[in-house]
Design a protein around this ligand. Structure first.
Ligand code: NAP
Ligand code: ZN
Length: 360
């Protein structure tokens, strides 16, 4: 059991799941007082990521209950520690998945602190003082300023919140794949949910041809007309999949459930790359032949570093990229989680944490 240190003196209201039923109820807990490297943030909005659903249901077997989920946070700074530079009271900011990293390893030094072996996340992590981290389904947050980003002035706080996880998670592998360096590539996005819909927007902003690979025929019109996809194929229709063999340079797989990678790999050209960002709880089927016959690469990617997160937000500010959201009050978090589980959201729920009607 993680110990709670004496400086955890702030009483904070939030919402937590207490067991793997995943049901969320109001929950009062303690946070640390603002330290020299910290900023305190009044939370305005928090996105509901599928990772929150994995955690409240203990899909990955790692949940420490009670869990206060939420790592797509936007809000306003209310207090600034003495060592903090670059932030002041009143600043509009965002916090994503990162709560702490060692700051010394090669990854931390190379602005890839998301791959630090000692990384601690915004919720369900164990902070340096031994306390369990609690996320953004709450009225306020104390965060080390090194894991806080500025929200560009022209971006609304509600539809920006999901960029802090969904946005950076799909942006980072695209930069890693050098998709920002040349245009006209053929990109596939598997799964049109929270991550997938932002991925279309980034791929289009980088000037590429985008094919959505989906299980939901009902999403086709919107994908093409509102989100800007060029092509849309149904992954469960072997004929459609066959007709697009060897057409794509790069595929981002955002699917949250177990599925076979074989048919998806067949869509790649020779030497193409499939990046997994979706995190199903069971191993995926990875047949050897589509890899061998096409010299194809399968790799993974996890969120992004803070430097890249700020670059991503600035890019969104310049290109007016935000998420397509449905806002819910804190009273409706359970209904939103149930609908997310049923693939019934276009394309991200965002909790209006500051909604006064809510039963805090
Ligand atoms: P989401 O909004 O639920 O979207 C996932 C999409 O996958 C769905 O909209 C659906 O799209 C498709 N899908 C769902 N069930 C499927 C099934 N059984 N077979 C095939 N496709 C299915 O979830 P999200 O918030 O985007 O997150 C997606 C995954 O990424 C989660 O596992 C999450 O934990 C993970 N994640 C990873 C990172 C990282 O750093 N790597 C960061 C954030 C989230 P269609 O209707 O179009 O088929
Ligand atoms: Zn997330």
């Amino acid at each position: 059991m993680a110990k709670t240190t004496p400086n955890h003196k702030l009483t904070v209201s939030g919402w937590a799941a207490h067991d793997n039923s995943g049901v969320i109820t109001p929950y009062t807990f303690k946070r640390r007082v603002n330290g020299p490297d910290d900023v305190s943030i009044k939370i305005l909005y928090c996105g509901i990521c599928h990772t929150d659903l994995h955690h409240v249901k203990n899909d990955w077997g790692i949940t420490m209950y009670p869990v206060v989920p939420g790592h797509e946070i936007t809000g306003v700074i209310t207090e600034v520690g003495s060592n903090v530079k670059g932030f002041k009271i009143g600043d509009r900011v965002g916090v994503g998945c990162l709560a702490a990293t060692c700051l010394e390893c090669e990854f931390c030094k190379n602005s890839e602190e998301n791959y630090c072996d000692k990384v601690q996340f915004s919720y369900n992590g164990i902070f340096w003082d031994g306390s369990i981290t609690y996320g953004g389904y709450s009225e306020m947050l104390v965060a080390d300023h090194r894991y806080v980003a500025h929200v560009p002035e022209n971006l609304p706080m509600d539809s920006t919140a999901p960029l802090l996880c969904a946005g950076i998670t799909v942006y980072s592998p695209m930069i890693d794949g050098k998709l920002h360096e040349s245009t006209g590539k053929r990109i596939g996005i598997v799964g049109l949910g929270g991550l997938g819909h932002v991925a279309i927007k980034f791929a289009k902003a980088f000037g590429h041809h985008v094919t959505v690979i989906s299980t939901s025929p009902s999403k086709e019109n919107e994908a093409r007309q509102r989100l800007g996809a060029d092509d849309f194929i149904i992954s469960t229709d072997p004929k459609q999949m066959q007709s697009k063999r060897r057409t794509l340079d790069f595929i981002l797989d955002t699917v949250a459930a177990p599925h076979s990678l074989g048919p998806i790999l067949e869509l790649l050209k020779v030497n193409g790359t499939l990046v997994l960002v979706g995190a199903p709880d069971k191993p995926l089927e990875l047949p050897a032949f589509p890899m061998i016959f096409g010299k194809r690469v399968v790799k993974g990617s996890m969120i992004g570093g803070m430097k890249e997160t700020q670059e991503m937000l600035n890019f969104c500010g310049e290109h007016n990229i935000t998420c397509d959201i449905e806002t819910v009050t804190p009273d409706n978090i359970n209904e939103a989680l149930n609908r997310l589980e049923k693939n019934d959201v276009k394309y991200r729920f965002v909790i209006n944490v500051g909604d006064k009607k809510a039963s805090l």
